[in-house]
Write a protein that binds this ligand. Structure first.
Ligand SMILES: CC(C)(COP(=O)(O)OP(=O)(O)OC[C@H]1O[C@@H](n2cnc3c(N)ncnc32)[C@H](O)[C@@H]1OP(=O)(O)O)[C@@H](O)C(=O)NCCC(=O)NCCS
Length: 283
């Protein structure tokens, strides 16, 4: 008989060949990720897997360094067959050692919150998950968003740094490779951008980085129009105001609200702000 004793669990780097196994884990805990969604996050960061003595993958955790000061953690899953035996905590501590002095952000499910609190994370906000069939009724008439071009790349990277406090340029390049990017301008200067890509059951709009909720809505609107009648998702740190009015006006439903947590000093950010997440793992 194979033992699942925690002493026999090996933690090792996640390889591309592990994607099918870690996808199996996310299916087991009912997350919507497709193998391609795992491939994207794996391509732009680092992963660990916990394997039992028979080599079967029983746990996963990933992290993404965004420059020297910031990282995020996500895709933390322990198979329900092995939960409560310390694997989640071991995976976390391996990542802390690798991430060094960086501030770490994550979005915690209810299942993960106690583990993260006990490892020094503090709640810093909430993320509300909206999804459903998008409708064009009530979309703002604001048509300022335009497709991004190569000349917008530096402005997009600068705005993203302002909003998140980290350097996510490699992630933004990967997103531009799989999705569509739009920008908004004010007096000839790019002041916001949004990305839309296939994810999970349909498409997700995010990141959405803008100077105001009105601009964020104008950036998301073309993607709502494009995917009207189909499954669309937006994860937002907003809880009220013009962005929420916009999202709810498109017919997307609030399906979950989870806690955003930070370990270490929050990096300075602004004036551009995050109105939509890339996903809960990458922030
Ligand atoms: C969250 C998760 C990764 C924890 O993994 P795990 O290996 O079971 O966790 P550990 O055994 O290392 O336990 C760490 C802490 O989590 C908490 N915990 C463990 N089991 C728990 C349970 N059933 N209910 C509530 N908290 C629990 C405890 O605080 C525990 O610390 P303690 O044992 O010192 O009291 C796992 O439950 C999981 O995969 N859940 C589903 C996917 C998910 O929500 N992932 C989190 C994404 S943010």
């Amino acid at each position: 008989m194979t033992s699942t004793s925690i002493d026999l669990t090996t933690i090792r780097p996640m390889e591309a060949a592990d994607i099918d196994a870690v996808h199996g884990l996310s299916v087991e805990v009912r997350w919507p990720h497709r193998p391609d969604d795992w491939r994207l996050v794996h391509a732009v960061g680092h992963g660990l897997v916990a394997a039992d003595e028979g080599g079967r993958v029983m746990g996963s955790a990933m992290w993404w360094p965004f420059g020297e000061g910031l990282a995020t953690i996500g895709m933390v899953i322990v198979s329900p067959r092995l939960q409560g035996k310390g694997t989640g905590r071991r995976l976390m501590r391996e990542i802390f050692a690798a991430a060094g002095s960086r501030t770490i952000r994550l979005v915690a499910t209810a299942a993960g919150q106690r583990l993260y609190e006990s490892e020094g994370f503090r709640a810093t906000g909430t993320i509300t998950q909206y999804q459903g069939t998008a409708s064009v009724e009530g979309l703002p008439k604001d048509a300022r968003a335009r497709p991004a071009g190569a000349q917008d790349r530096a402005a997009i990277e600068r705005l993203d740094r302002e909003a998140t406090g980290g350097d996510r340029s490699h992630m933004l390049a990967a997103l531009a490779g799989v999705g569509k990017v739009v920008v908004i301008e004010e007096g000839g200067t790019v002041t916001g951008f949004a990305v839309c890509r296939a994810f999970g059951r349909g498409h997700v709009v995010g990141p959405i980085i803008a100077a105001s909720a009105e601009d964020a809505a104008a950036l998301a609107a073309p993607f709502v129009r494009e995917h009207a009648g189909a499954f669309l998702r937006i994860d937002t740190p907003q809880t009220a105001g013009a962005m929420i009015d916009f999202i709810e006006g498109t017919g997307l439903q609030q399906v979950d609200r989870v806690v955003q947590m930070t370990r270490g000093a929050a990096p300075a950010s602004g004036p551009a702000k995050v109105f939509g997440l890339t996903n809960q793992a990458l922030g």
